[in-house]
Write a protein that binds this ligand. Structure first.
Ligand code: WTA
Length: 653
């Protein structure tokens, strides 16, 4: 049902409102706006009491003594507590009434299937933890994981968590160079990988990429590489370093108790792009993170025991960490996991998965929705999607039309849509509708989750009024927040807590409307969001200039109908090199090899000179206009010397 509100002058403003369907609200955990408001108010007025009550949902070996110790910018939650994330996600279900419940319902791209119950999951995780122990790994050591989307990826993470090893998962789309950089930054002692993984009918050579990353002693901290056999493809083998997963687990016991860990024990490091140079190692710790993802999973997805929950994200990104692994498992959910590409063998694949597994909750990215819109309604129309009761999106702003299509075509007009705003750094969903309580407006992430205090401010940190665009900040700590950047606390302070004093700086622009609903307006720093993948333009620029032909490079994001944003690189070449199509291809390939295919610029434009301000700063705003053929600039398609434009537009930057 749509309620249309009186027209307001701003044409950009979304006027459609979708209240929670009454039958959904009736059995939701949070059933009304009043209930949401009451709990929200409590969570803000008495945060420690609120979070302490929520923390009762977890298993503790020893109860905490202090809920929060806040010494800006460092938070410690549940001090004195002893807890284990793996125990919470696995043992308490495996040793209880959920033992025979399916934890992972997995489907490989070629069509192979596997169900893993909580009892089986406990056995597998315990065995693999014993393997990690037998390698001499100790509490606090870092372990890198570079795997396809198979249950063993989650098993590897959980086995680390069981022993207090800190995992760092590297998305399988990253190249050897990116692996090397992350492994070295984390000083990982072991790498867990697979012979390959299936993607669009092809084998992704994961082990070969690890071999390249580690070649010639380039990663001196790595002692062992454990290899899961997935594709049975030929791989190189280094005796003494490489170990087969299946051989190693065969010779260990399946008894390996979870270790009681301090609440603040480092659970994982996940690298993400920032506005400057190298990737940042976001550090999450155990208790606060686990609590944040556990209760957001429960309330945002309104999870009930019989749900079949599918988050399509790769576990290599934070969405997979929080909402494929830790959050759903802590809630004893049945989690669908699909290894491959949405178009394999055709664009009906996802919908056939929803139909066959009777998926009830689907959580995906706007870019996927836009890809399906482009393919046409005939694909979802072939399948029975009536099992779905809730839809979610994450990763980038969703345009209202994509929201409407998702709601109508996939959700049959009956499913609430939760547009969830959050970040690798926040660990948990921060701004989101609660589907039984909060009316949705297409394109708005709506209201803050319990305990979350977002504000829209100007550069000076002064709060702005309704519908004034500004910086989105969070003005108090929350349990799942990052604790620091691994090995670089100064950068943590500087990036997140110094831009505007005393608040967490998200890097996103936003406004809130007259109902207090938040509307995200995209990154305000030099981070570009391509298909929900966060890419730092500085990282791509420095890769480009490391190519012998490139003198200078400027990379910007240009709006794209499917991927949200696409990368456009402006490049000046050194003398002696020819600006040619061949060089364009070579440069695009160069970026793909050094970062990953998803970071390849969509367009490379040669220039004689880049537009710069008098102080020498590249005029990115102007380049964005050039990249989008902004009519205001006239025809720039053959223009190579942007310094003229720069002089004309200097005052704008
Ligand atoms: C963007 C992904 C608008 C935002 C969980 C943020 C969103 C960045 C939304 C984090 C949303 C994420 N609406 N924008 N619902 N969700 N973003 O670290 O710019 O990969 O800062 O975490 O994605 O990306 P990250």
């Amino acid at each position: 049902m749509t309620t249309t509100r009186p027209a307001i002058e701003n044409v950009m403003r979304e006027e459609r409102i979708f209240p929670p369907p009454p039958e959904f609200a009736a059995r939701a955990h949070i059933k009304s706006m009043e209930e949401y408001k009451r709990l929200y108010q409590e969570s803000i007025e008495q945060p420690e009491a609120f979070w302490a009550r929520m923390a009762e949902e977890l298993h503790w070996f020893e109860r905490w003594q202090q809920v929060l110790k806040w010494e800006e910018p460092h938070a410690q939650w549940f001090l004195g507590g002893k807890i284990n994330a793996c125990y919470n996600c696995v043992d308490r279900h495996a040793d209880g009434p959920n033992a025979e419940k399916v934890a992972f319902r997995w489907e490989g791209e070629p069509g192979d299937r596997r169900d893993l119950t909580y009892r089986q999951l406990k056995t597998e995780v315990s065995r693999f933890a014993n393997v990690l122990k037998s390698l001499g790994l100790q509490r606090g050591d870092r372990v890198a994981i570079y795997m396809p989307l198979v249950p063993e990826l989650a098993i590897a993470m959980l086995a680390c968590a069981r022993l207090g090893l800190t995992h760092t998962v590297i998305f399988g789309g990253f190249s050897a160079d990116a692996i090397r950089e992350r492994v070295n930054d984390a000083k990982a002692r072991a790498v867990i990988t697979a012979d390959g993984g299936w993607r669009r009918g092809q084998i992704v050579p994961l082990k070969a990429n690890v071999d390249t990353a580690l070649a010639d002693g380039a990663c001196p901290t790595v002692e062992k590489v454990v290899v899961y056999r997935r594709c049975e493809n030929a791989i190189a083998w280094q005796e003494g370093r490489d170990i087969w997963w299946h051989e190693a687990v065969a010779s260990v016991s399946d008894d390996c108790p979870a270790v009681p860990l301090d609440s603040e024990h480092p659970l994982y490091i996940l690298y993400t792009s920032g506005s400057t140079g190298k990737p940042k190692g976001v550090l999450h710790t155990t208790a606060g993170y686990l609590l944040g993802v556990t209760i957001t999973t429960k309330y945002v997805f309104d999870l009930h025991p019989e749900d079949i929950y599918w988050c399509t994200a790769d576990v290599g990104w934070v969405t997979g960490h929080s909402y494929v692994v830790y959050g759903p498992l802590a809630n004893a959910a049945t989690v669908v996991m699909y290894e491959g590409a949405p178009q394999h063998p055709d664009f009906g694949r996802w919908w056939s998965i929803v139909e066959r597994h009777r998926v009830t909750i689907l959580y995906t990215a706007p870019t996927a929705i836009r890809t399906f819109i482009r393919q046409g309604e005939q694909w979802p129309a072939k399948y029975d999607l009536s099992s779905l009761r809730l839809l979610g999106t994450v990763g980038e702003p969703i345009n209202p039309e994509a929201w409407m299509w998702y709601h109508r075509v996939i959700g049959g007009g009956r499913c609430p849509v939760v547009d969830t705003w959050w970040q690798t750094e926040t660990g948990m969903i921060m701004i989101t509708p609660l589907p039984g309580a909060i009316p949705q407006k297409p394109g708005s992430a709506t209201l803050p989750f319990f305990g979350v205090s977002p504000k829209v401010v100007n550069r000076e940190g002064q709060p702005l009024g309704p519908n004034e665009g500004g910086f989105l900040v969070i003005d108090r700590p929350w349990p799942a927040m990052l604790r620091t950047l691994y090995g670089d606390d100064e950068r943590y302070r500087q990036q997140y807590w110094s831009q505007i004093p005393h608040v967490y700086f998200t890097g996103d622009g936003a406004r809130y409307d007259e109902d207090g609903y938040f509307w995200l307006m995209g990154r305000i720093d030099d981070v570009v969001n391509v298909s929900g993948h966060r890419l730092g333009t500085a990282e791509i620029e420095s890769t480009l200039v490391s190519h012998p032909a490139v003198a200078e490079a400027a990379v910007i994001g240009r709006p794209d109908e499917v991927t949200g944003e696409a990368l456009v690189a402006f490049v000046t070449v050194k003398s002696g090199f020819t600006k040619s199509d061949a060089l364009r291809k070579e440069l695009a390939e160069y970026v793909a090899e050094r970062i990953g295919r998803f970071a390849r610029p969509q367009e490379i434009r040669f220039a004689d000179a880049l537009p710069k301000t008098r102080s020498g700063k590249i005029m990115r705003r102007l380049l964005r206009k050039v990249a989008t053929n902004d009519p205001e600039l006239g025809d720039t398609t053959t223009l190579e010397d942007f310094s003229v434009l720069a002089r004309l537009h200097e005052e704008e930057e």
